[in-house]
Every structure is written in C-alpha cells, then in structure tokens.
Ligand binder design. Structure first.
Ligand code: AMP
Length: 187
C-alpha cells in the first residue's frame, strides 16, 4: 500500500515519476490533469467547463476538482492498493478536503513528495513538451498560479511532518530511486 501526493511546479516531473511508481508497485495513479484532459476530449459538460480554465492556465474550481477526487478515492482499487495523487491538491481548500476524505477512509498519507525544479528549467521543459496549454503566456500564468495558490502547500505539509523535498533535476532513474528510498521501498 502506497499513499502519496506529488507536489511541485508544472514541469517538475510529477507525472513521469508518478507513472513509474504506479506501474512498478501497481498502485492507482490519479492525475486530475489527465482526468480533465480525457473529459475535454470526450466533450462532456465537465470537459467544456474545464477547458475554459485550462486554456488560460487557471485552476478549475475547487468544488469540481474535489468532487472528481472524492469519487475516484471511493473506488475499490484505492482501498486495496492506495493511491499516487499527481496534480492534486493544488490549493489549501483542496488539501483540507483531502485530509477530511482520507480521515473518513482511514487512509492517512505516507508522504508528500515535493519535486523542486527552478523556474528557468521549468519554462525550458514545458516549451519542449509542447502540450496544448504549454504556450509561453499560459506557462507564465501557470507558474504564477502555482506560486500563489499551490506553493503554500509546501508549508502546510511540512508542518504536518509529511514533506520530503527531492531535487527534480537529474536522471529520471536516479530521481525515482530517491523517491523510493524516501518511501521506504527497496527499489
Ligand atoms: P496538469 O496536467 O496537472 O498540469 O493540469 C493541467 C490543468 O488542469 C491545470 O493547469 C489546471 O487548469 C487543471 N487542473 C489540474 N489539476 C487541478 C487541480 N487539482 N485543481 C484545479 N485545476 C486543476
């Protein structure tokens, strides 16, 4: 059972590392960005709403995101294997809701993995990635939103004694190893 949150700026490698861990240890990978992009692709009501925020690099409203996570966490694979949260929580309100949900499920977090990458490297990586919302203006806004709304979660989880900071620059494999060590996994 693994129960972790990946925290860090856009482009820090949260998705890359979350997928590697999820595959290796067979733990559900829950990416709110992936869930929203799938909804956009399907053209659902959620997708239409989400797209208007995602296109600008703004956050989708908390109640919408919290609803998605509440439903996903209630599924049996999570009960059996835990979860790797990637891109959630992104605001204090989301983090507090997550706390309440996990308490209800009796599934306390093991750790919050904070992947730290400097701004210069982030912009470089995101421009290279070339996703629809990876244009220069949108990237700048996403960084701003990250700083204002998401970065306070570093202190939030640090004060709970859950935060592990890992340098997000380096070989993917090496970073995975550090994450595994911090979670007490053998690798
Ligand atoms: P990501 O793939 O995590 O970079 O997310 C892409 C976009 O989806 C973000 O820029 C937001 O617009 C939206 N999004 C993803 N996760 C969240 C979240 N937890 N809260 C609000 N918006 C989110």
């Amino acid at each position: 059972m693994i129960k972790v949150v990946f925290l860090g700026p856009p482009g820090a490698g949260k998705g890359t590392q979350a997928v590697r861990l999820a595959e290796k240890y067979e733990v559900p990978h829950i990416s709110t960005g992936d869930i929203l992009r799938a909804a956009v692709k399907e053209g659902t009501e959620l997708g239409k709403l989400a797209k208007s925020y995602m296109d600008k690099g703004e956050l989708v409203p908390d109640d919408v995101i919290i609803g998605i996570i509440r439903e996903r966490l209630s599924q049996t694979d999570v009960k059996e294997k835990g979860f790797i949260l990637d891109g959630f929580p992104r605001t204090l309100a989301q983090a507090e809701s997550l706390d309440a949900m996990l308490e209800e499920l009796n599934m306390p977090l093991d750790k919050v993995i904070y992947l730290n990458v400097n701004d210069e490297e982030i912009v470089k990586r995101l421009l290279a990635r070339g996703r629809a919302d990876d244009t220069e203006d949108v990237i700048r806004n996403r960084l701003e939103v990250y700083r204002k709304q998401t970065a306070p979660l570093i202190d939030y989880y640090s004060s709970k004694g859950l935060l592990v900071e890992i340098n997000g620059i380096g070989e993917i494999e090496e970073i995975t190893k550090k994450i595994e060590e911090s979670l007490g996994l053998n690798g």
